[in-house]
Design a binder for this molecule. Structure first.
Ligand code: ADP
Ligand code: ZN
Ligand code: ZN
Length: 822
């Protein structure tokens, strides 16, 4: 077959943000003077739809005689994506075994790639001579168009199913009965403010008198405006000054006032009250670390900043940003979650002002769109945000910082590709040429092992700032303290400690990583537990809702009076959650203000912020919460941290459960003793000898890492091997089971054929620990190898070869470097 390369520059490759999204080659219409550059958005027809895609490069050679479809519209004059981000998309697709279109969808905010639509009209011929005797779908379509004249194709989907609709459109278009035209994708409209000013110079006094004699309000308004040095917002004029929009419009109509529209940036973080921040002078230890990183800003190196809680890591970040910005480069600062780390964000804003973009997860599509566009336009120099901010479209990125690099939120787990922001950051800076700084008091064992082997440069801040000490950590042994009266976990010992702290006018944080009132409902007669109908998970009691709730799929139902299995009426509610602890504390300290922070109390866009503000300003005495309260808060008046039950995640069947437990305990303990008053920690547990608990008591990260790494080595888990978790899920258990089994056989045969027995281990198929979730049965295979390349080629093989049996009945997910195997 002969191929030809279309005339250079007259065809381009376009990638669409969907599975099966190409890249595909399109012809640049001959009347376009300049072809769209690589990285620009275009709209182009794909199938019968008009979609928005991204130009990824010149068109590919096509077989002779193939007629290319033409681009419909060019949407950018300047590339939206820089070459390094295009490269990153290709890398994401390759490394995480997904399609480039899926990678694109994770990189670029949705509004930029909103699907376009088409309009269908009845043709003149069909209007003049309405067709008759058509098959039902075509007939229905013609009828609808006769009634409406034209319609958006998307709106027709309410009337006709997609398949018949598409066929009907094709047939009718070919028969010349309908015509289709493009509508460009809608982008969120800019928000604008109207600014009003008096014209200068104003007409002579006599002339004004003549114009405004019978309009006293206009006269007053003009007097007000002409006394101002700056234009003023129209909204302010009407709301604060009482000049109606009509008054302002008439003034403008008479040529006396000018109204200009300015685009407003929708950045809610800008309008929030941010806590004040005094910028301290770096200590000797901080200075040494700052110097070590600043020396090497032009080459790619990964640093681990291992600094104990309260060692002043944020100041280090701020100081290393200065030389990066001074060199004309930009920086990204990743935080686990903006809402939970408002202080970090505030500090960056305090030092770098409005050159800092905050990519909050609560931003609306329109807000995210604005900020991205402004970053692209060069207005910002620093972006602070959660995982996806690693894709901020800076032109000349010089540094990426990951604060609390051990946090699991850096791994995307709900969408393909399941990327880890740390690995993406390292990849991005390797090609951009600049450092990555990973900061944590409790580094992930992956990063720690890299530091041990010298691939990552370790820098330490072993002590807290200003000579402050790490808090004393004591254990409450629940095995002996159990009295029955404190079923809710709030033991007399804990109550006593809280009482002391409050008397000393200190504040208290109480961690229980389990929301709701009671963990589950147990029938003591048959031993049954009330489970979610969609998941193989017990339902949690939520008292305020008066219902049982599934924390995985959101299913709700009334609490049963009798056991659904045996009818027994003596159901018991077992295991306290945050809601119960909160109410126990309210009872114990009726004069005090008890607040709670967990998923149930943080539904509002700014509710995290409000809860933390109440704590910061001293309005709250005791804050009860889930892991949300363990994230990096810096409140000097917190003198006691209580862990109601340290064991909630200890025994999960997951290789990371010990590491996660340690990180949570060490981090929450780090929230106290940050002021001059010092602080204490009380950890209640049934497992005082557990390595995570022991290490947290002694603030012994290094010892913990050494022991846990030995366990991982022995058991064959990361960082000593690389994992690929292959998850099969579907509504019918036998289908999932068979698919998983067949896939395992495929892999086993490959291992045999290629003699990979010593280099690759296949585990499973086995039911996932969460065997049923959201109505789907789940099984998995785990592949282990010491060689990342082998995992790479195997994953690529599986992505190509594993075809689910019946469309939609079964799904397969490839999770490379999984954060958890649940
Ligand atoms: P980390 O992130 O390491 O837990 P932070 O960066 O939140 O610690 O700093 C803890 C506190 O110490 C903050 O209130 C910060 O302002 C303060 N701090 C940081 N560096 C210094 C310093 N050199 N001198 C005095 N206070 C400091
Ligand atoms: Zn029962
Ligand atoms: Zn459920």
């Amino acid at each position: 077959m002969s191929t030809e390369t279309p005339e250079s520059g007259r065809s381009v490759a376009v990638l669409f943000p969907i599975p099966g999204g190409g890249p595909y080659t399109y012809r640049v219409p001959s009347d376009w003077e300049i072809p769209p550059a690589t990285g620009c958005r275009v709209s182009a027809p794909l199938g019968r739809k008009l979609l928005t895609g991204l130009v990824t490069g010149p068109g590919l050679p096509v077989p002779a005689g193939v007629r290319l479809r033409a681009l419909s519209a060019s949407l950018d004059n300047r590339p939206l994506l820089t070459p390094d981000l295009l490269e990153l998309i290709a890398w994401l697709a390759e490394y995480y075994f997904c399609e480039p279109g899926e990678a694109l969808r994770s990189v670029v905010p949705g509004p930029f790639l909103r699907v376009g639509d088409r309009t269908v009209h009845l043709s003149e011929a069909a209007q003049a001579d309405p067709p008759t005797g058509l098959p039902p779908a075509q007939g229905r379509l013609i009828e609808l168009l006769q009634a409406r004249g034209k319609a958006r194709v998307s709106s027709l989907r309410d009337e006709l199913d997609a398949g018949p609709l598409q066929r009907a459109l094709t047939v009718l278009e070919n028969a010349g009965l309908v015509t289709l035209s493009d509508c460009l994708p809608r982008v969120p409209a800019d928000k604008t403010d109207s600014l009003v000013s008096a014209v200068a110079p104003l007409p002579e006094a006599e002339e004004l008198e003549r114009l405004l004699r019978r309009s006293p309000r206009q006269r007053q308004c003009l007097d007000y405006l002409s006394g101002l040095a700056h234009p003023v917002e129209a909204a302010f004029l009407s709301r604060q000054m009482g000049f109606s929009p009509e008054v302002v419009r008439t003034l403008a109509g008479r040529g006396l006032a000018r109204i200009t529209q300015v685009r407003r940036l929708r950045d809610p973080f800008q309008s929030l009250d941010l806590p004040p921040y005094d910028h301290p002078t770096p200590s000797a230890a901080q200075t040494a670390v700052i110097a070590a990183i600043s020396r090497d800003l032009d080459c790619h190196r990964v640093f681990l900043l291992h600094g104990v809680t309260g060692s002043g890591k944020t100041l280090v970040y701020l100081e290393i940003l200065r030389p990066v910005l001074a060199a004309g480069r930009q920086a990204v600062v990743l935080v686990p979650e903006i809402a939970l780390t408002p202080q970090t964000t505030a500090r960056f804003r305090a030092v770098f002002g409005d050159r800092v973009a905050v990519l909050h997860s609560g931003l609306s599509d329109g807000e995210r769109y604005d900020i991205w566009r402004e970053i692209r336009a060069g207005r910002y120099r620093v972006a602070v945000g959660p995982r996806s901010a690693v894709f901020a479209p800076f032109e000349n990125l010089g540094l990426i910082i990951l604060d609390e690099e051990h946090e699991s939120t850096y791994k995307q787990t709900d969408l393909t590709p399941r990327y880890h922001a740390r690995d993406v950051a390292i990849r991005r800076m390797r090609s951009a040429g600049g450092p990555v700084v990973l900061g944590s008091a409790t580094p992930s064992l992956e990063t720690w092992a890299e530091a041990e082997s010298g691939n990552v440069v370790r820098l330490s801040l072993p002590e807290r700032v200003a000579g402050r000490l790490l808090p004393e950590v004591r254990l409450g042994d629940l095995r002996h303290g159990w009295t029955g009266s404190d079923k809710n976990g709030v033991t007399p010992a804990l109550l006593k400690e809280i009482g002391f702290a409050l008397e000393a006018r200190g504040q208290v944080l109480l961690l229980l990583n389990r929301r709701g009132f009671s963990n589950f409902v147990l029938c003591p007669d048959c031993g049954g537990i009330v489970e979610c109908p969609n998941c193989r998970i017990s339902l949690t009691v939520h008292k305020r809702l008066g219902r049982l709730l599934c924390h995985y799929c959101g299913h709700q139902q009334p609490a049963p009076e009798v056991c659904p299995a045996c009818g027994s009426a003596s159901l018991e509610r077992i295991g306290a959650g945050t809601e119960q602890v909160e109410s126990a504390l309210r009872e114990a300290f009726p004069e005090r203000v008890v607040d709670r922070m967990d998923l149930d109390t943080t539904g509002g866009k700014w509710s995290h912020h409000e809860i933390l503000e109440r704590l910061r300003t001293g309005a709250t005495d005791i804050l009860v919460g889930t892991q949300m309260i363990a994230k990096g808060l810096d409140f000097p008046n917190v003198v006691l941290v209580g862990v109601v039950n340290a064991d909630t995640a200890m025994n999960l069947p997951d290789f990371r459960s010990t590491e996660r437990t340690f990180q949570l305990l060490a981090q929450v303990a780090g929230r106290t003793g940050r002021g001059e008053r010092g602080g204490e920690v009380l950890i209640q547990t049934f497992n005082p000898a557990h390595p995570a608990v022991r290490a947290a008591v002694h603030h012994d990260y290094t010892g913990f890492a050494r022991r846990e790494l030995a366990v991982r080595l022995e058991a064959g888990y990361p960082p000593y091997v690389r994992l690929l978790n292959v998850i099969f899920s579907g509504e019918q258990e036998p289908v999932v089971e068979r698919f998983a089994g067949d896939s395992a056989a495929l892999v086993a045969a490959l291992i045999q054929r290629k003699h990979l027995q010593d280099r690759l281990t296949l585990l499973g198929p086995a039911p996932c620990p969460l065997e049923r979730l959201r109505g789907r049965w789940r099984r998995h295979l785990i592949l282990k190898s010491r060689e990342p390349e082998l995992i790479g080629s195997l994953g690529e093989f599986l992505a190509r070869r594993l075809k689910p049996p019946a469309a939609g009945a079964c799904r397969v997910t490839l999770d490379r470097d999984p954060a958890s195997l649940m």
